[in-house]
Ligand binder design. Structure first.
Ligand code: BTN
Length: 261
């Protein structure tokens, strides 16, 4: 059993910044909440918080994130990126790229990014990203929370999400090392994070997503919007062409259905 202890994670981890400091919990409320507390108290850039189990794991839009103990990657990174507030969305993009590439490279499964914060395999969600930021005129810190269902079996998912969620073990038919996968995610993340200031990741993001050109429905704070996904800009916002032909830029929302045209 590969426990996510700092020693296990650090052994074979060749990053410069991410995971230099690792804080490990066998059980905690939420790694994002712990990371926010630590960041408030001055935790260093790249500090990684991991847990075997969360009692109040947080998803987006106030939902909870459930994962049986020791089955998943539950990790949060503390970051102090030196970029404009408008570009905070890039951290979500980089997280999605790092998770998707790592799954493809290590597990050889057809993972895709689903705008904005999900990674899916065969249209089922395998990973979710929750980025939280403290902003006071400029970015004080960002917490990038990553949940990946690694060795979760189908019957461990609550019935209401059983048909829309998946895990790497369900998709590959074998149990996988959470440690190797987390190390790869950190490596892929850091490679891009250190180039954050002068780079545009939208092309790479698009190449790992299967959404472009599809007709989608998005749940936004302005209600349901449907149209064809055209582009993702360098801040991570989605451009869609509405049925009227008008192009609309969407900063946040949730894709509820996708039809490949
Ligand atoms: C979503 O898809 O709604 C986002 C899910 C994010 C879950 C991860 S698990 C580690 C980190 N800690 C949390 O409480 N949430 C994120």
């Amino acid at each position: 059993m590969d426990l996510m202890t700092p020693d296990n994670i650090k052994h074979g981890l060749y990053t410069r910044v991410l995971g230099k400091e690792i804080i490990y919990y066998t059980k905690t409320t939420s790694t994002n909440d712990m990371a926010i507390q630590l960041a408030e108290n001055g935790a260093e850039e790249g500090t990684l918080i991991v847990a075997e189990e969360q009692t109040s794991g947080k998803g987006r839009r106030g939902r909870s994130w459930l994962s049986p103990e020791r089955s998943s990657i539950l990790a949060s990174l503390i970051l102090h990126p030196d970029v404009d507030i408008k570009k905070a969305g890039i951290i979500t993009m980089i997280s999605g790229i790092a998770i998707t590439k790592s799954i493809r490279d290590l597990v050889q499964l057809p993972a895709f990014i689903k705008w904005s914060n999900d990674v899916v395999i065969n249209n089922r969600k395998v990973s979710g990203i929750l980025v939280e930021a403290k902003i006071e005129k400029k970015i004080k810190f960002i917490v990038a929370g990553i949940g990946v269902n690694v060795n979760t079996s189908k019957d461990q998912f609550p019935t209401e999400i059983r048909e829309i969620a998946t895990s790497l073990s369900i998709e590959s038919g074998r149990n996988l090392s959470r440690i190797y996968l987390l190390q790869e995610i950190l490596k892929q993340f850091e490679y891009r994070y250190l180039r954050l200031k002068d780079n545009d990741f939208s092309d790479e993001w698009k190449s790992l997503s299967n959404m472009m050109g599809s007709y989608i429905e998005i749940n936004t704070s302005d209600g349901m919007i449907s149209g064809t996904a055209m582009d993702v800009d360098d801040t991570g916002a989605l451009m869609i062409r509405l049925d009227t032909g008008q192009i609309r830029r969407i900063v946040s929302g949730e894709v509820s259905s996708q039809m490949i045209l």
